[in-house]
Write a protein that binds this ligand. Structure first.
Ligand code: ADE
Length: 232
């Protein structure tokens, strides 16, 4: 998989994507990620990338042309037409199911807006879908792009040590994950549940499923409803 990120703040993206599991996946050649500075694609001698909105109003709007030129350069470089996602609070809210679908794609192009957003015409011209990471407004699309990239990259083949890493986790099967414990068996007077020390795998599985259902009911009743509907 290849992910290209078009942004005015490539260093911010690069810093996050060089660390931990994602950084290692890149080093090991499991995913290719490239951060592009939209400012490098302007023809303006002052490297201008934004201007005031037609019709008046506050703030600045990112111009279509530098973004278009950045997109075309990526298409040319890769001889490919990536799936283009514009990170925006107006988009469809990201879910685990969407990340699973993106992780099957060969090539994503993530467009990060800033200020009052981007000229609508670039959305019409290149964007396949708009994605939001939640119903709140951030200063730009960089953090959302990083969230999306992280959730997609960790699902790519070979990035985590085995499929069990995400088969059990929260949201994978529509339920929250069961509670986890590690050594010592007793800490501050609190003991690890006996069943986990029993070595009885069937009982452990049963206990974990019960705990998943219970927590989902307590913490995310909305998810439990969807889960029950799906299993009918
Ligand atoms: N840009 C600003 N806020 C955003 C959000 N919540 N999701 C995606 N992109 C954004």
């Amino acid at each position: 998989m290849r992910i290209d990120i078009a942004t005015l703040f490539p260093e911010m993206c690069e810093a996050v994507l060089s660390e931990s599991i994602v950084g290692r996946a890149r080093k090991n050649g499991l995913v290719e990620v490239h951060c592009h500075n939209i400012r490098d694609y302007t023809l303006d001698k002052h490297n201008r990338v934004d201007d005031t909105p037609y019709g008046g109003g506050k703030g600045m709007v990112m111009q279509a042309d530098p973004i278009w030129r950045c997109y075309q350069a990526v298409c040319e470089m890769t001889q490919d037409k990536p799936h283009v996602i514009y990170l925006s609070p107006q988009g469809k809210v990201l879910t685990q199911a969407m990340s699973v679908e993106y992780s099957k794609m060969e090539h994503l192009f993530l467009l990060c807006g800033h200020y009052e957003g981007v000229d609508e015409r670039i959305i019409e011209k290149i964007v396949d879908e708009e994605v939001s990471i939640g119903d709140y407004v951030l200063t730009g699309g960089e953090l959302p792009a990083l969230v999306l990239a992280d959730s997609v990259i960790r699902l790519c083949d070979g990035v985590l040590s085995g499929s069990e890493c995400f088969e059990q986790e929260s949201h994978y099967n529509g339920l929250l994950e069961y509670p986890q414990y590690t050594r010592p068996e007793e800490w501050e007077g609190m003991r690890v549940p006996e069943v986990l020390l029993s070595g009885h795998h069937a009982n452990i599985e049963k206990w974990r499923m019960e705990q998943s259902l219970k927590r989902t009911e307590q913490k995310r009743p909305d998810m439990l409803k969807t889960y029950q509907k799906g299993s009918n």
